[in-house]
Design a protein around this ligand. Structure first.
Ligand code: SF4
Length: 399
């Protein structure tokens, strides 16, 4: 299986070769995309996203995982074209995203975003009916048949039933979960092919997060929707996504099928993230621990941006950005531990400061198809039922 996520190479020559096949199958793709924000002081910029390549395969869920400040939400906004990239390219169906106002509107119809805060994203002075009708007008889409029936069908797709109970409600009359379902229904009203879900459950009560995740899983299973799921919670990414890409300080550091990332994390940062994720089934703690916090993106560390926190940091790590390397089929890590070659005069593999396997391909247990460490056998909640959430319309207000 090839990864859908490429990593910007340090020299800017393009994504890792492992992503080439997947790129051809991608519905939406970012190539070497960069976003720098001016920061007030003369010449200073925030390096929010640097040279990220990521391909979203059709009909699959790709998760981007990272701490606050990793650039994952900025990347989602670049995909949505809410931000203009400093450099790099967006491709839809292998073609450059259409320019101009009309092109942006056509793109927006196909690529819709669901924001983190459902209360802020819905206009408090308008009811549900207004919110669901507006995308039809904006994108010039006639309802498929009778308008009321179309709106009812939309609400049923997000498990807000009976629909007539919700159409005339205002956002403040809905629970948090119900509001997020309305926000998703509004996105679906535009009949998109891609949903960009930016932390869609992080502001919801824990008890109703699972229903929203299952709703997204159902859209993939039943309708073949392509979804980008942004989260800081690697456990929920493991639960929902087919592929996981991990970001750190504006760069992509690891990408692989979701089970590979959770069972055999290669990059020290991913290992750190997993060590912080609660998992009652984990037979033993992940060995690594890190120190410090995400660096300032005004002056990101040179070389590997993780090196000030990394327990395996070597001399070269502070000098040169690590190139992406395939550590297992479809599993790419940007870390000098996994680089097949390194510049002359740098620390040799035997001198590294850790005692674990450096390349998963060098690890006998991985060659035999077994994980290098005890697998996280189950996510902290049950596998998706790929159906609609139970009693979504009956969530009590206030959640
Ligand atoms: Fe750690 Fe070096 Fe790998 Fe960065 S490149 S994660 S500092 S070992």
């Amino acid at each position: 299986m090839t990864t859908s996520a490429g990593h910007g190479s340090p020299d800017g020559t393009g994504a890792a070769s492992a992503s080439a096949i997947a790129s051809r199958l991608a519905l939406l793709e970012a190539r070497e995309i960069t976003k720098h924000f001016p920061a007030g002081r003369r010449g200073a910029v925030v390096h929010a996203v640097d040279g990220v390549s990521l391909a979203l395969p059709a009909g699959r869920i790709t998760a981007i995982v990272g701490e606050s400040g990793s650039g994952k939400s900025t990347l989602a906004r670049l995909f949505a074209r809410l931000l203009k990239p400093t450099s790099g390219q967006l491709l839809l169906d292998g073609q450059a995203a259409p320019p101009g106002r009309g092109g942006r509107r056509r793109y927006a119809q196909q690529v819709q975003m669901v924001l983190q805060d459902p209360f802020a994203s819905l206009n408090p002075v308008h009811d549900v009916r207004y919110h669901l009708t507006r995308p039809l007008k904006v994108h010039g889409l006639g309802p498929a048949g009778n308008l009321d029936e179309s709106l009812a069908a939309l609400l049923e797709r997000v498990a807000l039933t009976p629909p007539e109970r919700f159409l005339r409600k205002y956002p403040h009359e809905l629970s948090g979960g119900q509001r997020q379902r309305v926000a998703i229904a509004r996105a679906l009203a535009a009949r998109p092919r891609v949903l960009l879900a930016d932390e869609p459950v992080s502001m919801l009560d824990v008890s109703i997060r699972l229903g929203i995740l299952n709703l997204l899983a159902g859209l993939r299973e039943n309708e073949g929707m392509t979804i980008l799921y942004i989260t800081h919670d690697i456990a929920s990414a493991r639960y929902l996504a087919d592929e996981i890409a991990v970001m750190y300080a504006g760069r992509l550091v690891e990408s692989a099928p979701a089970t590979s990332v959770s069972d055999r994390p290669a990059h020290p940062y991913t290992q750190l993230l997993l060590s912080a994720a609660p998992d009652p089934d984990r037979p033993e703690p992940v060995r690594l621990s890190g120190r410090g916090s995400v660096p300032s993106l005004l002056t990101p560390p040179p070389g590997c941006r993780f090196h000030p926190r990394c327990p395996h940091a070597m001399e070269i790590c502070s000098q040169l950005p690590p190139p992406p390397a395939e550590v297992a089929p479809g599993h790419v890590s940007a870390c000098w531990l996994h680089a097949p070659e390194r510049p002359a005069g740098t620390v040799a593999p035997a001198e590294r400061r850790h005692d674990g396997p450096t390349r998963l391909a060098d690890d006998p247990s991985h060659q035999q198809g077994r994980p290098t460490r005890p697998a996280l056998r189950h996510p902290p909640f049950p596998r998706p039922r790929h159906g609609q959430s139970k009693e979504a319309g009956d969530e009590p207000a206030g959640h």
